[in-house]
Design a protein around this ligand. Structure first.
Ligand code: NCD
Length: 303
């Protein structure tokens, strides 16, 4: 069903396609031998023009666990981008070497552009402050695994909602599920962009106070203030610690709240919260590899 498809934005796959992807990811997680050699002989190119730990390594781990191979670069300085090669040419050339391309780039729209020139599926691993659809797959699978279903939840997004691409993608994806209430929690300077709010096509609440709303939430999605997207370092320093989730604040939250974070975490979640059974962000990172195994085996037609 997903064979040969690109994944550029959070709305590219239908709910049914997402459901079958999540079922596949659960099956792979529950039976480590399943699909162990499914992608034998296939090659994945990981082209990372921006820093990454989880996304790149979980994609590479996913491909290796499926019996495939990986090549690529982890920073643009070591590729011909440093010589001024266009993304279109890079995409064309890498298509001759690999069966799929995973790309992260600081420019919004970069993955979409690459997909127009690539002869193989392109997966967007983050395009500037725009979208990050495979983090959304990770987030939805985590919610599904921990809550049983993605429905009837009040989801709070907290932190840098302006530049946080994981927020943009997940908020948009969630509007397609039943009875989801969205709460945006940020300082006025870091509110979600209007184009994202318009794309939601559903009502939402906006506030600058985490304390006021934390007691209502089923999911709290914390985010890092995205220093690399600020024009002004002083502004970053002023805003970086706007929210710090502590044990004390967690006393106001529901007993079955789930705390998510795409990671890396800086100060926004105090390490003392890690012991709280409601902290799910480390589990979330592990689910990310299984959902990427499901994604790769599906788009490569190996399942
Ligand atoms: C996120 C990203 O790159 O957007 N990281 C990730 O992929 N897990 C979040 C972030 O960098 O803050």
């Amino acid at each position: 069903m997903l064979k040969g498809r690109h994944l550029i934005g959070p709305g590219d796959f239908t709910i049914e396609e997402l459901d079958s992807l999540f079922c596949l990811a659960e099956r792979i997680q529950d039976d480590p031998r399943y699909l162990r050699k499914a992608c034998e002989g296939k090659v994945l190119a990981t082209l990372f023009f921006e820093p990454s730990t989880r996304t790149r390594l979980s994609f590479e781990a996913a491909m290796l666990r499926l019996g495939g191979n990986c090549l690529g670069f982890a920073e643009p300085g070591s590729s011909s981008a440093a010589k001024g090669e266009s993304l279109a040419d890079t995409a064309r050339i890498v298509s001759g070497y690999a069966d799929a391309i995973v790309m992260r780039n600081p420019k919004e729209g970069a993955a979409l552009l690459a997909s127009r020139y690539a002869a193989v599926p392109v997966i967007n691993a983050g395009d500037g402050g725009h979208h990050h659809p495979t983090q959304t797959l990770t987030d939805l699978l985590t919610i599904k695994r921990l809550r049983g279903a993605v429905a009837g939840l009040t989801v709070g997004f907290c932190g840098d909602l302006k530049f946080g691409r994981t927020v943009h993608s997940l908020a948009k994806a969630l509007t397609r599920y039943p009875r989801i209430e969205t709460v945006f929690i940020s300082p006025p300077e870091l509110r979600a962009p209007d184009y994202i709010k318009a794309e939601l096509g559903a009502p939402f609440l906006e506030t600058d106070s985490l304390e006021k709303v934390i007691g209502e939430l089923d999911i709290l999605y914390m985010t890092r203030v995205q220093r690399e997207r600020f024009f002004n370092e002083e502004e970053y320093i002023r805003l970086k610690d706007s929210y710090i989730l502590t044990k004390e604040k967690m006393r106001l939250a529901k007993k079955d709240l789930i705390i998510l974070h795409p990671l890396p975490r800086l100060n926004e979640i105090a390490p003392e919260v890690d012991e709280d059974p409601r902290a799910a962000y480390f589990k979330q990172a592990v689910y990310g590899m299984f959902v990427r195994m499901a994604l790769l085996s599906s788009i490569l037609g190996c399942v």
